[in-house]
Every structure is written in structure tokens, then in C-alpha cells.
Design a protein. Structure first.
Lengths: 346, 328
């Protein structure tokens, strides 16, 4: 089937069939290497500026479940259903960060080694294992149930987790966690980049939030389905979320999100939004849908740019490079997309 | 032939294995896995027994139950299963079915309800059957000293009555009678060392609405013969006049809301007025599901049937309620 004109992947991008469920896509810390994590246990590595050469690296015996850029440029950290957390460098050398038996490594998060030393966290069942940039284990953080969401704050001082009956914010260097309670099953986590809020996705098709530091509750409901993907804009003004037939954006300014209606972008055709991710610098958000459609929307003007046409399979991964120059796309059926947003030389 | 497929609309069948520790669950599981059927199974276990599970794809999971905030007080769900099924779907071409082994003391309701309640799990899998392994020698004692043993029998679509070599024929009859008082509708297979044809356990389609009640024996022997000393019992009714859907929905909705905690399983096949198709209905506690299935056959009596398995069942009240749903 011929693509309709006007999809950016045709003019400024590339598509490739990788042959297995794409679980995640991530750029390394320098933005010079892109990795797709697949359900067949491999990573597919490609230089975004030269998408001609793709390398396949077998990393996990099973599915890759989580992927993050390593603390330094040129590598990645992955978690798999073989119970391993591994570090993979650009030349495809690998090492085990941790081996956890039959438990799945479902969550991985990293903080870059810049001003401080860099941190790696892995969620394995009820435990979060915290490592330094050298891979030395620092601490184990224990939770009442399996950790379903994991992330560092912008400064790498705190680690947030979601689990049954709420969320927990740990100080990396202290043993007194902040427990944020709300009854029910919390299935995902987003940390406000300025530390002003913690938001979780819930089993009952709603988001729950706690304003920080006072812990005031925020409830964001009305979703027809579960939210599997959330993303804050750079300054934390907006929280984008999946789970409806549009990208749902909650305002975290002017007293919001409580008592404010969310903005809905790229909706109206009844197809569920499955992935969202904010541009790292501007108030521009990319959204993927259950039919494979990918769009990018400018929040201020609501202008929509079509990126990838519907191909039948749900979008399961989206990632911007750190400078916003590239957008990577993955679908459940294994179609990878890469779009170049950089200004072109005259 | 392997049926592994990447067809996204294919629903992976799920078999739930329950039974007390020592009843022979793991023996049965290893028999299923080692038999030369050419199929591959993902196995989810919640405890390491003395016997290892011999399979390529074994997932160790903590049984993590939570209450849904949906107004149903007894709607408990296994969040770990939702997560693991989601994870397994990332490699769905690697297996044909999923087998969940529960811990010996587990209540089967949260497992079953997970397959009704979660949209993602519902879309990608179908609950095939609850198989309960029962130790013929010790089950009577278990029934006397625990709730769970009765719950596991009540939830069963298939009962594997194991270790029959350790009891006499007379003792076996007593055990079967006791099981029948709790659950008249499950198929019972007598086994030694959990040996039985795999087809008796897998691909039963017991939760398939189209097969609801298909295997229910003794439907007409509704005589009230059971004494009221059993905690969990089963009752069934049938009516010959067509059912008024509005009346039925009103009645069953109220009933499940009020008595759902005591009603472990409810199944029905209904003949609606002015409708050529059969309506199949089933519920686990308060969580219900229903749909039209195939047409009534020509000449087949259009009799509506309903079955309740649960605690403190008020038989006359249930009968009157169901009878009042008839077009009148």
C-alpha cells in the first residue's frame, strides 16, 4: 500500500522491519547511538545520523523488558526476563550489572555521570537495586509489592517508585523514604522535572498525583483505557498521557491540574493513543496510536505534523534524542522508524 | 504442530492449576510439560515446591492480590499476572499457552477475576479452565479444617482426584460424594501419580461462554438431597418459559451485588424471548460476563438453566428469583 503523502518519515526518515515486538527505543547520552530493545532478546543499534548500518546484539535469553542510556555516552543498560541487568557498549561488548535468578528485571533507570558520579537503578520484584556508575551496588530499596515504575529526579538526588497503594520517593543517600499513599494498584510513574509532583498511572483508568512537598492528592480521571505512557514537558508545565483516543495533556501551572480540563491533541478518530513523549527542549509532544499512526504536536498552536502512517500495529516505543534532533519509533509488530528533525544545510 | 503465532487477534489459552500442597500439582504440571504434544507452554509459578518444574519458560511470581476500586467489595485481582501476561506478550511467538500454578493455600477467585477485569489480559488471553488437583487420602481432612480446600473445589472445571491408590474404593466413593456436594458440575478424573490424558486437562474451553454448562451432568436431578452441613454447595434450576432480559438483568445484578461475596461461580444458558440465539452468562463473585452464542437447534427445547456454586445459598429464594424472570 502506498503511503499517503505528507508523512515525515517518508521525506526525512527511514523505516525498517526488525521482526519482533519493539519494547523500547533509547538514544545514548551523546545522541550518537540509538538502540531498539526487542521481545526476541536483542538490541538493534544504529547511528541516527547514518541509518544505513544496523547491528544486532543478543543481550537477553528471553525478552528485553527495559532499556535506558548508560550513565556515560556510548552505551545502554537493559533488563530482561532472564533475570539479568546488563550494560552494553557501542562496540557490542557486554557485562552483567546484576543476575537476579528467575525474577524479571522490569525496570531500569539511570542518571548521567556529569557533575556527580552517575547512578543506575534496577527494579526486580519488590526491590530496587541501586548501583554507582562503576556498577558497584550501593543499596537495596525495599517495597511492599512489585515495583511498576521507576525514575530519578533531574538532579539524581531522589529515586521515585510506584507499587500497590501508592508511590515512594527515596533519597539516594538516606534511609528515610517518603511514602505517598493511595489505595489501589499503581502501574507506572512520572516525576515532575522540577520536583513539584509525583504522578502514577492506576489500574482503574486514572492518574493519581501528589503535589510536593505537601503531598496533596491530585486525581486525573476520564480515561477509557489504562495509561501505559506518561511524559512531562521540559519545565514540567505539561504532563502528556496515553490511554484515551487523543494525547491527553494536563496543565501543571496556574493552579492545575486540579480543577482544570486537560488539553486533548490529535484525537477524534476513536483510535487509542498508546505512547507519548515530550520533546526534550520545546513544548512539542510526539504521540503514537494503536493503529501505528505517529504524530508530533505543538502544544501552543495545537498544530499536528503527521510522522508515520497507520500500519496496523500499535506504537509501543517512542524516544527523542537528547537534543531533539531525532525521533525514534517502534511498533508491536516490529516496525522501527527514525525521523531526522535537524535543520538541513542549504 | 506448534500453534505459536504472531497473529495479534489470537487469544492465548490459560489453564489455572490449583490444589493443596502435596496433592500432586507439580507432578501433573511436569506430566503436561513432558508429554510429546509438540506444544510449548509458559509456566507461571508462585512457590518453589520440592519438585522443580522442567520447562524452558518458567516465571517466578509473587502472588500479589489487590482490591479493585470499582465498587465491588470482593473484586480482588492478581496484579502480578497482569504484568507477567503483558511481558509474555512481547514474545508471544515462543509459546502456545500459559499455565498458572497457584500456591496451595490460594483462593482461585483473584486469578479468575483477573481474566474478566483487566482489558489488556482479556484482549490477549482467554481463561481455558480451572483444574484442581485433590489428594484422595487427605482431602476430607482439608475440607474440615480450611476454607481454601472447598473454594478450590468450588472453582474447578476439572478435578483431578489424585493418589487413588492410597485409598479403598469405598473411601474414594465417600470423597467423590463430598466433592459433588460442593461442586456437582466439574468433571472428575481419578488418577494415580496424576497420570491422565493431557486432553482431559488442557483446551477444555470451560470458561468459553459457548461451552458454559455443556459438561454439566445431572442437570435434572435437582432433587434437594444434600444435607445442609456443607459450607460450599451448588444448586441449579431450569425454567421452560422464555426469559425477559430486563427482568433477568435486574435480578442477577441485584443478586450479585448483594450476595456476590458468597457466590463463587454462576453460570447460565438463557432462552430470551423473541431471540433465536442462546444467551450465555457467567460470573465469578460480582464480576459477570455474558454474550449471545449459537442458535438453538431446531426442535431443541428452549430451556433456560442456571447454576450457582457458593456459600449459604438460599435455594427457595434463588428458585423464586429465577422463575420470576420468565416472561409472564
Amino acid at each position: 500500500m502506498a503511503d499517503r503523502p505528507g508523512f515525515l518519515v517518508e521525506q526525512r526518515g527511514t523505516r525498517r522491519d526488525l521482526g519482533a515486538f519493539i519494547v523500547a527505543a533509547r538514544f545514548d547520552r551523546a545522541g550518537s547511538l540509538l538502540a531498539f530493545a526487542l521481545g526476541d532478546g536483542t538490541l538493534r543499534l544504529v547511528d541516527p545520523a547514518d541509518a544505513a548500518t544496523w547491528r544486532e546484539v543478543a543481550v537477553h535469553d528471553g525478552a528485553v523488558l527495559a532499556l535506558a542510556p548508560d550513565t556515560v555516552p556510548g552505551g545502554f543498560v537493559s533488563g530482561g526476563d532472564d533475570g539479568r541487568a546488563r550494560r552494553i557498549s557501542g562496540d557490542a561488548t557486554m557485562s552483567d550489572l546484576g543476575v537476579f535468578g528467575m525474577k524479571w528485571v522490569e525496570q531500569v533507570a539511570t542518571h548521567p555521570a556529569e557533575r556527580n558520579k552517575g547512578l543506575i537503578a534496577c527494579g526486580v520484584g519488590k526491590l530496587v537495586h541501586l548501583f554507582d556508575a562503576e556498577g558497584k551496588k550501593l543499596r537495596e530499596l525495599e517495597h511492599p509489592s512489585t515495583v511498576t515504575g521507576l525514575g530519578f529526579d533531574a538532579k539524581g538526588k531522589r529515586v521515585g517508585t510506584s507499587h500497590y497503594n501508592g508511590a515512594t520517593v527515596w533519597f539516594v543517600a538516606s534511609d528515610s523514604p517518603r511514602r505517598l499513599e493511595w489505595k489501589g494498584s499503581h502501574i507506572g510513574l512520572a516525576l515532575h522535572p522540577e520536583g513539584e509532583a509525583v504522578v502514577t498511572a492506576m489500574q482503574e483508568n486514572a492518574l493519581h498525583g501528589w503535589a510536593l512537598p505537601d503531598g496533596k492528592h491530585m486525581r486525573m480521571s476520564g480515561y477509557p483505557g489504562k495509561t501505559h505512557s506518561m511524559s512531562f514537558s521540559r519545565g514540567g508545565k505539561w504532563l502528556a498521557s496515553s490511554g484515551s483516543d487523543a494525547m491527553v495533556l494536563w496543565p501543571f501551572f496556574g493552579g492545575g491540574p486540579m480543577g482544570k480540563a486537560p488539553s486533548e491533541l490529535a484525537g477524534g478518530d476513536g483510535i487509542t493513543c498508546t505512547q507519548v513523549t515530550f520533546h526534550p527542549q520545546q513544548d512539542i509532544v510526539a504521540g503514537g496510536f494503536a493503529d501505528g499512526l505517529v504524530v508530533v504536536a505543538d502544544v501552543a498552536s495545537s498544530r499536528i505534523v503527521p510522522i508515520m502512517p497507520p500500519g496496523g500495529s500499535p506504537v509501543s516505543a517512542l524516544a527523542w534524542s537528547q537534543d531533539g534532533g531525532f525521533l525514534a519509533i517502534g511498533t508491536e509488530a516490529g516496525t522501527a522508524g527514525l525521523v531526522d528533525f535537524r535543520a538541513r544545510a542549504a | 504442530m506448534s500453534q505459536a503465532t504472531s497473529d495479534p487477534s489470537y487469544q492465548v489459552p490459560v489453564t489455572v492449576l490449583t490444589g493443596y500442597l502435596g496433592a500432586g500439582k507439580t507432578t501433573l504440571l511436569n506430566r503436561i510439560l513432558s508429554e510429546n504434544h509438540g506444544r510449548k507452554y509458559a509456566v507461571i509459578i508462585n512457590e518453589f515446591g520440592e519438585l522443580g518444574v522442567d520447562n524452558d519458560l518458567v516465571v517466578d511470581s509473587d502472588e500479589e492480590v489487590f482490591e479493585m476500586n470499582n465498587g465491588c467489595v470482593c473484586c480482588t485481582v492478581r496484579g502480578d499476572l497482569i504484568r507477567i501476561v503483558g511481558g509474555l506478550m512481547k514474545r508471544r511467538d515462543r509459546f502456545d499457552g500459559i499455565i498458572i500454578e497457584t500456591t496451595g493455600l490460594a483462593n482461585p477467585a483473584p486469578v479468575a477475576q483477573t481474566f474478566f477485569v483487566d482489558e489488556g489480559v482479556r484482549a490477549k488471553t482467554r481463561l481455558d479452565a480451572v483444574v484442581t488437583v485433590v489428594d484422595a487420602k487427605h482431602v476430607l481432612q482439608r475440607l474440615d479444617d480450611s476454607h481454601e480446600a472447598a473454594d478450590q473445589i468450588a472453582f474447578a472445571d476439572v478435578i483431578v482426584l489424585n493418589k487413588t491408590d492410597l485409598v479403598t474404593e469405598a473411601e474414594l466413593k465417600v470423597v467423590e460424594e463430598r466433592i459433588r456436594k460442593i461442586n456437582r458440575f466439574a468433571v472428575i478424573h481419578r488418577t494415580e501419580r496424576a497420570a491422565l490424558p493431557i486432553a482431559d486437562v488442557l483446551d477444555r474451553g470451560a470458561f468459553d461462554l459457548g461451552r458454559v454448562l455443556e459438561t454439566a451432568p445431572d442437570f435434572l436431578s435437582g432433587a434437594d438431597e444434600h444435607e445442609h452441613n456443607e459450607d460450599v454447595t451448588s444448586v441449579s434450576f431450569e425454567v421452560e418459559k422464555p426469559i425477559d432480559p430486563e427482568k433477568f438483568n435486574m435480578w442477577i445484578g441485584m443478586l450479585l451485588q448483594e450476595k456476590g461475596a458468597d457466590l463463587l461461580r454462576t453460570k447460565g444458558i438463557l432462552a430470551y424471548q423473541n431471540e433465536d440465539r442462546r444467551f450465555a452468562f457467567q460470573a465469578v463473585h460480582m464480576i459477570a460476563d455474558g454474550d449471545f452464542i449459537g442458535k438453538w437447534k431446531d426442535g431443541e427445547p428452549r430451556v433456560s438453566k442456571i447454576v450457582f456454586i457458593g456459600r449459604d445459598l438460599n435455594r427457595p429464594q434463588l428458585r423464586r428469583g429465577f422463575e420470576a424472570c420468565q416472561v409472564g
